[in-house]
Design a protein around this ligand. Structure first.
Ligand code: F6R
Ligand code: MG
Ligand code: MG
Length: 366
């Protein structure tokens, strides 16, 4: 039997160019050098480095399983080395997502975002990796639901015998530190009660009914870890495709409807999530609108054959146009809700200072 492979996607913002809009080439080069060494040492089977906005994305395959100390340490060292490069170039927010000074076994809870899955490679193993910038971890709830539970998105749920039983969703309550599993279609309404509140309840993973991993997302919420605003989560998500999982086109289809996510300017606004090719993952207008990129790979004994830049397709032009229209409409609201997040959700606010300043000018209503 073939040895299981682990696919780890670990990301962090360790410095932006210019401002928070994109990634400097030198950081990609530095990360590539470190991961190439790790491949030579046989710590990694393969790797691919890319960026979405100001986030450095390390895509790695190996045989060490999920939550492996050596792999997490490797990622941490890459982020530290890239921070040093960012500091030399005086890039913006150098090291911003490294929330602690020293690595202690696992990057979870230390700032970076992590999505990892271990599985036995099928005869052919198509994988789609989503990476987003200027938004929060809840951004995957709606598209994952559509991919794996909505027959209006995924025809296979109705007409493919391999998928007709539906899927199992693992949902994390990131404020209550609890998790729960839901079977769809039977428990779809119960599932939706929670995942509609995507600031708190996050789809961590999806499984086939026979227990095979189908999708996994990063659920790290930076503000909850740091206790204050330190930048948006800018999450990642891995989806296995074809056969008993949704087809590539069914996995991509949810992004033709630009859904509204939290993030954008100062992490404090709602805006449409724009599906773009990697070369356009450079949020500039009002620091946005939030972006999502999608890289497709075929795995071959852990080798990453690819990537194909899946949103580099005219089929997504209309979604991008709609994002522009939605962005215009929302922007015209300026500082008013529902463009600006509700007060209690805002991660960036002058409210305490303004309240303190005006404290004794508030009078009881007559
Ligand atoms: C949002 C984001 C940017 C910054 C904004 C202010 O996730 O990264 O919109 O919040 O550019 O940045 P600072 O506070 O670093 O000047
Ligand atoms: Mg940044
Ligand atoms: Mg970012």
């Amino acid at each position: 039997m073939t040895e299981p492979i682990t696919l780890s996607v670990i990301k962090a913002d360790v410095g932006g160019y210019v401002g928070h809009s994109a990634m400097h080439e030198k950081l990609l080069e530095e990360a590539g050098l470190h991961l190439e060494n790790a491949k030579t040492r046989e710590t990694l089977v393969d790797y691919y480095v890319t960026a979405c906005g100001d986030d450095l994305e390390l895509i790695m395959t190996h045989h060490r399983g999920v939550d492996n100390t050596e792999i997490h340490q490797l990622a941490w060292e890459v982020f530290e080395a890239c921070t040093a490069v960012a500091k030399k170039l005086k890039l913006y927010g150098a090291g911003q997502d490294l929330l602690v000074d020293a690595f202690s076994g696992n990057v979870r809870g230390m700032g970076p975002g992590v999505a990892e899955m271990e599985f036995t490679e099928r005869e052919a193993e198509p994988i789609i990796i989503y990476m987003a910038d200027k938004t929060s971890a809840g951004a995957w709830n709606l598209p994952l639901y559509k991919m794996f539970a909505d027959p209006f998105n995924t025809a296979g749920l109705i007409i493919a015998p391999t998928m007709h039983d539906g899927f199992r969703f693992e949902v994390h309550d990131v404020k209550g530190h609890k998790r729960i599993f839901f079977d769809t279609p039977a428990e779809a309404y119960d599932l939706l009660v929670f995942i509609g509140a995507s600031g708190r309840y996050l789809i961590k993973a999806v499984y086939s009914k026979d227990g095979d991993i189908a999708a996994v997302s990063s659920t790290e919420r930076l503000a909850l870890i740091a206790g204050k605003y330190v930048g948006k989560d800018d999450p990642v998500c891995i989806v296995r495709s074809q056969g008993k999982f949704p087809a590539v086109g069914e996995v991509l289809e949810p992004f033709t409807m630009p859904h509204i996510v939290e993030g954008w300017m100062r992490g404090s606004h709602y805006g449409p999530l724009m599906p773009v090719p990697v070369r356009h993952a450079t949020p500039s207008r009002f620091d946005g609108p939030p972006r999502v990129i999608s890289l497709g790979f075929q795995l071959a004994d852990g080798r990453l054959v690819g990537p194909r830049d899946m949103f580099d397709d005219p089929g997504f032009d209309r979604a991008r146009e709609q994002c522009g229209e939605l962005a215009d409409r929302l922007r015209r609201h300026g500082p008013f809700e529902p463009h600006r997040l509700p007060m209690e959700e805002m991660e960036y606010t002058t409210l305490p200072q303004v309240m303190a300043k005006l404290g004794d000018r508030w009078q009881p209503l007559p």
